[in-house]
Design a protein around this ligand. Structure first.
Ligand code: ADE
Length: 240
């Protein structure tokens, strides 16, 4: 899968993308990421990428022409790429959206800037994505989060096939508690069921813990999750 990033700060991406599993996937060629400096698509002497807002007000607005010129240059060699704009006004980045985007062959990500982009850029964008209800100084961190969460769902990127299937959110719930050695850490013991070797019991325990944790921390997710009657009853008992 290929990611093209349009940004005012291409250097921002070099170190994070060379680490860990993502770095390995890039080295293997399963993923590729190219960065393009929006400033290189300006035509004026000062290489201007932003300007003051029409109508007045504080801050600067990202100009439409350099972004669209960059998009047109990139799209000329692949008409099918999906164009994403990172902005706090977009749809929230969820595991479901990451899954959907991981099935694309190519994503072009335009990193917006926090003070805003010229509204007319939106006509050239397929999907606007937000990292959450907070404001970053620019869309670069959001673009990285998107590449990481989408990239790890692309086949052959994760070390262990199928491990993404157990992630938090993959079934709409938070993940169950995990433990590794030692069995006793300063009096905090690993739950005995996990040492029992009884896989059916372990699965049951994990599902219940996952439900209880989600119910307590993210009741909004429970409303949308697909649960059995018995599971709903169990949660009612837990609540009572
Ligand atoms: N740019 C600034 N804030 C953002 C956010 N919350 N999500 C995506 N892009 C952003």
């Amino acid at each position: 899968m290929r990611f093209d990033i349009l940004t005012l700060f291409p250097e921002f991406f070099s170190s994070p993308l060379n680490q860990s599993l993502l770095g390995k996937a890039l080295a293997k060629g399963v993923l590729s990421v190219n960065t393009y400096n929006i400033r290189d698509f300006t035509t004026d002497r000062h290489r201007t990428t932003d300007d003051s807002p029409y109508g007045g007000g504080h801050g600067m607005v990202m100009k439409v022409e350099p972004v669209v010129r960059a998009l047109e240059a990139l799209r000329s060699d692949c008409a099918g790429a999906r164009v994403i704009l990172t902005t706090p006004q977009g749809v929230p980045l969820t595991q479901a959206l990451a899954g959907e985007l991981s099935r694309e062959e190519r994503l072009i990500i335009v990193c917006g800037r926090y003070e805003g982009v010229d509204e007319r850029i939106r006509a050239f964008v397929d999907t606007e994505v937000s990292l959450g209800d907070f404001v970053l100084t620019g869309g670069e961190i959001a673009a990285l989060a998107l590449i990481d969460s989408v990239g790890r769902l692309v086949p052959d990127v994760l070390g262990e096939p199928g491990s993404a299937a157990h992630d938090s959110f993959s079934d709409g719930l938070l993940e169950y508690p995990q433990y590794t050695r030692p069995e006793d850490f300063r009096g905090q013991m690993v739950p005995p069921v996990l040492l029992s070797g009884n896989h059916a019991e372990i699965e049951r325990w994990r599902r219940i813990e996952s439900l209880k944790r989600t119910f307590k921390r993210r009741p909004d997710l429970i409303e949308k999750a697909v649960l059995t009657e018995a599971e709903r009853r169990l949660l009612k008992e837990t609540a009572g």
